[in-house]
Write a protein that binds this ligand. Structure first.
Ligand SMILES: C[S@@+](CC[C@H](N)C(=O)[O-])C[C@H]1O[C@@H](n2cnc3c(N)ncnc32)[C@H](O)[C@@H]1O
Length: 271
């Protein structure tokens, strides 16, 4: 039997439930069961899961090894590079799970007071050198963002590229200041080239998932082309999203000290 893993969150907001159910063609119920089939976790992974410190050490080693061999920082994410005109003239920005920090350096060059956090100390070291070489200041931290998410109302801009930790959606929205912008881009399951990005579909977005995860925000930009039309062109394999938190701090459901995204109900993806 294929083991099941809960992968998503839902809301008591029926529109959110509907948005997540529609792409997989299931009818909405008060509590929707949404399961995702995946292979059984190995024995070593099971033991890692039960020990958060070992889990994070394992993650750090994995990414450190990749970054030690990586040639350059790569290009900034399209969601940022193609929408620079939306950035505020000043304020605080965060590149969350920044890797080698191409996005962080771009934000800093645009005059934002930029922080960049990643669990990989090798990535942070290389980002520090890169920022120095470019003559920009980036406030770096080796930080497990799952365990230590950003503080509420601490950033005007948050960029998340190619990192998907659904549990953080609420903290990310809370971390935006009123009027703040979230730039998000990561891999989708409905990809033209599924070889690009993580092989485990758990770490890829379902259809329109960013819209559902960040529903309390105002959508400014959304692009997800899937496999529609001429697949040799366009923005493929990923989804991009820019959302804005209401200026008056009145994002739906938001009250000081309360989550803006209600995770009391679970969604499960069917086999
Ligand atoms: C695919 S890379 C993307 C890096 C960068 N955002 C980019 O687009 O180039 C994913 C990054 O997430 C980082 N990461 C994974 N889990 C993390 C965690 N719990 N806390 C902080 N960073 C994490 C990894 O170290 C890695 O740098």
């Amino acid at each position: 039997m294929i083991p099941r893993q809960r992968i998503g969150y839902a809301s008591n907001d029926t529109a959110v439930v509907e948005a997540l159910c529609r792409p997989v063609g299931i009818r909405q119920r008060p509590i929707v069961e949404f399961f995702f089939a995946r292979s059984a976790p190995s024995r070593s992974l099971q033991s890692l899961n039960s020990d958060p410190q070992r889990m994070i050490d394992h993650l750090r080693q994995k990414w450190n090894a990749r970054y030690a061999d990586a040639e350059g920082p790569g290009e900034p994410a399209a969601v940022l590079a193609e929408n620079l005109h939306l950035l505020p003239h000043g304020g605080a920005a965060l590149d969350l799970a920044c890797g080698l920090g191409a996005n962080a350096c771009l934000l800093a060059r645009r005059g934002l007071e930029t922080s960049a956090w990643d669990v990989s100390d090798v990535a942070i070291e290389r980002l520090t050198e890169r920022a120095e070489a470019q003559g920009v200041t980036v406030h770096v931290q080796v930080r497990d963002v799952a365990a230590c998410p950003p503080e509420p109302a601490s950033f005007d801009v948050i960029v998340v590229a190619r990192f998907l930790e659904r549990d953080l959606a609420n903290a990310i929205m809370q971390a935006l200041r009123p009027g703040g912008l979230l730039f998000y881009q990561t891999f989708v399951r409905d990809a033209v080239d599924p070889g690009i990005g993580p092989p485990d579909p758990t770490y890829r977005l379902a259809v329109n998932e960013l819209l559902a995860l960040f529903r309390p925000l105002q959508v400014i930009v959304y692009r997800e082309e899937g496999t529609v039309g001429d697949t040799s062109r366009g923005f493929r394999n990923e989804a991009m999203y820019i959302g804005r938190k209401a200026s008056g701090g009145s994002a739906r459901g938001a009250r000081p000290g309360h989550p803006v995204f209600d995770t009391r109900y679970w969604l499960y993806v069917p086999d």
